[in-house]
Design a protein around this ligand. Sequence first.
Ligand code: AMP
Ligand code: ZN
Length: 115
Amino acid sequence: MTDQCIFCRITGGQSPARVRYQDDQVVVIEDLAPQAPHHLLIIPRRHISTVLDLTGEDSRLVGHVYQVAGKLARELGFAEKGFRVVVNCNRDGGQTVWHLHFHLLAGRRLRWPPG
Ligand code: AMP
Ligand code: ZN
């Protein structure tokens, strides 16, 4: 937990967010600047800066994140049509918040390759 980190503040309940799901490992919020009709951020509670900082001990956490993505996709009704889970890493990947998070995007046909 770092006071300066916006996602630590949100998962710790110190900054406001539209929380759609939470459990002991992750908090899922609506993105402030949605890029699709559904744009959620699956945020691990533990501060991990980037995907490069994951270790073998985080395997269960990452598996859990994808299970939560599937659960939400079913509950929100876009599992069958489809969706995308994205992690941006560092400058060229477009990362702007240095607390690992997984974008869950759905509700429109997503382009490939991404811009
Ligand atoms: P990234 O560019 O992959 O690091 O993604 C950061 C995402 O966090 C962007 O899509 C932002 O719109 C979103 N974001 C930043 N601050 C907040 C916030 N306080 N509440 C919700 N979403 C946020
Ligand atoms: Zn953090």
